[in-house]
Design a protein around this ligand. Structure first.
Ligand code: ACO
Length: 333
């Protein structure tokens, strides 16, 4: 028995925040943001919406599209760096309650922008060891809640959203999640960090005054390492599976920066038609970015059952990962 990618769905918050909106609050310009990142606008969740609310909207649709009832989900996994609550309960437990599902395992993982691929690797292992049959995996972020809107080097980059998928079973390798690789290197932990709020720097008024509860990033250093790591990771997984870039229907990289996506695509010989790009309209939504991008091409009618796709991500930790899979979702509902 193999793990199979049965459905995809996303939730995109309503509020559009354009680059010109940033021009009103910080020293920046639409021209700088577009040239350096490719981002034109991003979505922000409403004040009352938490990460689990975004996850819930995407999950409902993912379950429906998988053709199962919520009661058939036997495990819920959420990847997020902006959980509803810092320590507990997990966003996965809150989500399970919203979905009306009780007495199944539900937990969060922390792997920043690589979170969705990390989840997929856990789901594949559970399904193929016959532990669970229908696993809901969700990448969901309300990054606007952990963004410092006075720091122009980070605030223009991020957005909110959620993407969800159901991982089930198949007997056919040609409709399975073929291979996944995940990795990390804590040597670069200070490249992307939310310094305050954890046990190292607990929440205290003086730490909050220094804005330590928000994301900080060494952008330039991260950029260089991202291109190198993503390209070599993808080369490895393709070689290991004896697949050439032209056999891939869609290359769906994490959406952090258009320049990174283009550089990696060029190094790997992916055509512009193969590379999926959504960073222009959603910005970087961390763990949600890959499933949101995947859902866009699904809803556009481009992603079809049987398509071989390649996912590739890189993020805080540092973490990275790639996945090769045949999409096994049904028709759009
Ligand atoms: N508007 C105008 N100017 C700006 C802005 C802004 N919003 N932000 C920075 N600048 C200025 C800087 O102050 C600097 O000015 P200086 O030369 O006078 O000092 C200049 O622009 C260049 O800054 P750099 O940081 O060198 O710009 P760079 O070309 O590297 O682009 C960016 C920055 C977009 C952040 C890029 O480095 C990047 O995308 N890095 C990788 C991001 C990534 O992949 N992250 C991993 C995933 S995220 C996660 O895991 C949550």
């Amino acid at each position: 028995m193999f793990a199979s990618f049965k459905s995809i769905a996303s939730y995109i918050p309503e509020r559009v925040f354009k680059n010109s909106d940033f021009e009103k609050i910080i020293d920046t310009s639409d021209e700088w943001i577009v040239k350096r990142t490719g981002i034109k606008e991003r979505r922000f969740a409403a004040e009352h919406e938490a990460t689990s609310d975004l996850a819930f909207e995407a999950s409902k649709i993912a379950i429906q599209r998988a053709g199962i009832d919520a009661e058939e989900i036997d495990c819920i996994l959420v990847a997020t760096i902006s959980p509803d609550f810092l320590c507990m309960p997990s966003t996965a437990c809150v989500l399970a309650e919203r979905l009306g599902i009780e007495n199944i395992p539900a937990f969060d993982i922390s792997a920043a922008c690589s979170g969705f691929i990390y989840l997929l690797s856990i789901a594949k292992a559970y399904v193929e060891s016959n532990t669970y049959k229908n696993i809901l995996i969700v990448g969901a972020e309300k990054l606007s809640a952990i963004t410092d809107f006075s720091d122009r080097s980070t605030c223009v980059l991020f957005g909110d959203g959620a993407g969800a998928a159901v991982i089930g079973t198949t007997q056919e390798k040609s409709s399975s999640v073929l291979d996944i690789s995940i990795s990390s290197n804590g040597k670069y932990q200070d490249f992307l960090v939310t310094p305050g709020g954890g046990s190292r720097t607990p929440i205290r008024a003086d730490n909050v005054d220094k804005n330590l509860q928000y994301m900080k990033m060494k952008g330039n250093e991260t950029f260089k390492l991202a291109v190198k790591t993503l390209a070599s990771d993808v080369k490895d997984i393709l070689q290991r599976n004896n697949i050439s870039p032209k056999d891939i229907r869609f290359f769906i990289p994490h959406q952090a920066n258009l320049r990174i996506i283009k550089a990696v695509g060029e190094l790997l010989d992916f055509s512009i038609e193969q590379s999926v790009i959504t960073v222009d309209k959603y910005g970087n939504t961390s763990a949600a970015s890959i499933p949101m991008a995947m859902n866009d091409i699904y809803e556009e009618g481009r992603l079809k059952k049987g398509d071989l796709i390649l996912l590739d991500a890189f993020g805080g930790g540092l973490t990275w990962g790639s996945a090769l899979l045949y999409f096994n979702g049904g028709n759009l509902i």
